[in-house]
Design a protein around this ligand. Structure first.
Ligand code: HEC
Length: 124
């Protein structure tokens, strides 16, 4: 009898864990720790709908550096640096990570590009 009760208990725990999606970890480009920064959410959406992820991944180097490496390199970035990185997204460029060129994104506004940079810098 005790065994049955125990295994029923175990089953109900399994069902509780395996069941519904609690919402965390489902978005591959989201980090769960920093959802409170409004720039993070905005930047995340902008990056997800632009072409960024064809060349950048969060964890791995692709055509461009991983966003974690970028966040590491520019941690503690001043507002001026964020403006400069946003300009680079808009105008494209090369030289900071090697000789591969990032294509320009002329349709991205300065404001949106800065939100993207802020999101990326939160990914460390
Ligand atoms: C065609 C591939 C490609 C696409 C698309 C692309 N990037 Fe890049 N990105 C690169 C490369 C290559 C570099 C490294 C440039 C360098 O060496 O200075 C880079 C560098 C960066 C950097 C660091 C800049 C620096 O000076 O250190 C940021 C930030 C960045 N990309 C953000 C973005 C965002 C946001 C988007 C989408 C709007 C995007 N990238 C789209 C290839 C790309």
């Amino acid at each position: 009898m005790r065994k049955i009760v125990l295994s029923l208990f175990a089953l109900s725990i399994l069902a509780a864990c395996g069941g519904g999606d609690t919402g965390s970890g489902t978005n591959p480009v989201a980090v769960p720790e920093t959802p409170t920064d409004p720039a993070y959410q905005k930047g995340l959406e902008l990056v997800a709908k632009s072409d960024c992820l064809t060349c950048h991944k969060i964890e791995e180097k692709l055509t461009g550096p991983s966003y974690k490496e970028v966040a590491e390199k520019y941690k503690g970035a001043t507002p001026e640096k964020i403006t400069e990185l946003a300009q680079k997204i808009i105008k494209g460029g090369t030289g900071n990570w090697g000789t591969v060129i990032m294509i320009p994104h002329p349709s991205v506004t300065q404001e949106d590009a800065e939100a993207m940079v802020k999101y990326i810098l939160l990914l460390k």
